[in-house]
Design a protein around this ligand. Structure first.
Ligand SMILES: Nc1ncnc2c1ncn2[C@@H]1O[C@H](COP(=O)(O)OP(=O)(O)O)[C@@H](O)[C@H]1O
Ligand SMILES: [Mg+2]
Length: 206
């Protein structure tokens, strides 16, 4: 029996790359022919604004509303969330999902805030009972820089999977203007970006 597979994208900091990760993941799954819904819990509505710009001839991504129920339990639900998601709202979101992806940008402030968040996340019932699993993503990383190494060392300290590092590149920014993900751009232009997603997409299939 198929079931709806829900993924929460969360990080306490604004600008850590949650919305970019959420719409890119939605794009990756949609362009591989899967049924994808996108739920935007952030008041800023970045993911929904992106979706509103999405050209109709691209693989469809369906908008999903908070409290919407669905009888179609197949495919994916990607949930973009606001900065500082905590307490009851975090608990409620965790009840919906089987995976939480935490994008972490390589700055002292992002890493410190993420440390506190990851520690809190690990104490949540859904995580403790292994109903939902956490994966971390290095976000906006320029390879072979000092900060890339600092971030890697930080991520290694947690006993959590490091899914991938997504490079700091204009491709994400340019694609978003047109309601596209990097997976909607020509493959020859986005080969490096696509390669960096393989391990993350594999983890979702496990
Ligand atoms: N891998 C990346 N490369 C380049 N720019 C990025 C990348 N990820 C995010 N950004 C940019 O960083 C800013 C913050 O990202 P965003 O996804 O809006 O974060 P959040 O949703 O966590 O606030 C945006 O301007 C976005 O375009
Ligand atoms: Mg956002």
């Amino acid at each position: 029996m198929s079931k709806l597979r829900a993924i929460l994208i969360a990080n306490p900091k604004g600008g850590s790359g949650k919305s970019t990760l959420a719409v890119s993941l939605a794009g990756a799954l949609a362009t591989s022919g899967q049924n994808v819904r996108l739920l935007d819990l952030d008041k800023q509505q970045s993911a929904n604004a992106w979706l509103a710009r999405r050209p109709a001839d691209l693989p469809a991504i369906w908008s999903f509303q908070p409290n919407q129920s669905t009888t179609d339990k197949s495919g994916w639900l990607i949930i973009d969330s606001p900065a500082g998601l905590h307490g009851k709202n975090l608990e409620r979101a965790l009840k919906m999902v089987e995976r939480v992806i935490v994008p972490i940008a390589p700055s002292l402030f992002d890493m410190e805030a993420s440390r506190t968040f990851l520690d809190a996340l690990k104490t949540e019932k859904a995580i403790r009972k292994e109903r939902a699993f956490i994966g971390m993503v290095g976000m906006r990383v320029t390879p072979r820089t000092r900060v890339a190494q600092v971030l890697e060392d930080f991520l290694q300290q947690h006993e959590l999977p490091i899914l991938t590092h997504l490079q700091d590149t204009q491709a994400y920014i340019n694609a978003a203007f047109d309601g596209k993900s990097v997976f909607d751009l020509p493959a020859y232009q986005t080969q490096r970006e696509r390669e960096q997603w393989i391990a993350l997409l594999d983890w979702l299939q496990q």
